[in-house]
Design a protein around this ligand. Sequence first.
Ligand SMILES: [Zn+2]
Ligand SMILES: [Zn+2]
Length: 204
Amino acid sequence: MTQSIKSYNEAVAFHGHACPGLALGYRAAEYALQHLRAGRSEDEDLVAIVENDACGVDAIQLVAGCSVGKGNLIYHDYGKHAYTFIDRISNRAIRLVQRPEPVVQRIDPVAFTLREKVMAGTATSAENKEFHARQAAVIEKILRMPIDELFIARDVKPEIPVRAKVFTSVQCAVCGELVAEHRARVKDGKFICIPCAGDYGRGW
Ligand SMILES: [Zn+2]
Ligand SMILES: [Zn+2]
C-alpha cells in the first residue's frame, strides 16, 4: 500500500537537530522511494546499504523505514556518502553517490567558512548567529535542489549481502560474556570477544 513520505521536519525530530547532512540523507531516501516505488518499508521490502554512519543515515532510517534491528539497514564503514536502496518487490536497485563538489561550499561559501570558526569555538556571537541563519538557508536549498545537483544516481544490480541466520554463541575466555561465534576472535586457542581482544572499531 502506498503511504505518504515522511516530512523533513519529522526527520529533524528523529535526528535531534537540523543539518545539511540530514537534508542530504532525506533527499536520497525521498528520491529512492519515488524512483523505486512510493511508500515506506514496513516489512523489510526495502533494503538500504549505507557507507557512512553520519547524520544523513538517520533520515534514511526514518524515511525508508530501514533499521539495523530489522536487518534492512546494512552499514559498511567505507566513509563514503553513498546510499544504495534495493526494492525486494520490484527487484530494482538504485545507488546515489554525493557529488564530489562540497555541497555547502557550492551553495554558500560564507557559511562554509563560518562553520570552521563555529566548530573551533572561535566564532563571535554575531558570527554564530549569521552561521545559523545561513545554514538554515542552505538546508532549505538542499531540500529544493534538483537531485542530480546533489547526487549521482544510477540503477544498479540488486545485490543484498547475506546475513548469518543461525547464531551460535560462545563464551569469551576473558569477560565470560556470550558472543556470537562469527564475531568472536580466537586467541591462544580460546574464544575472545572483540572488546576483550582490544579490536575496537567504529563498525556495528
Ligand atoms: Zn546532524
Ligand atoms: Zn570478553
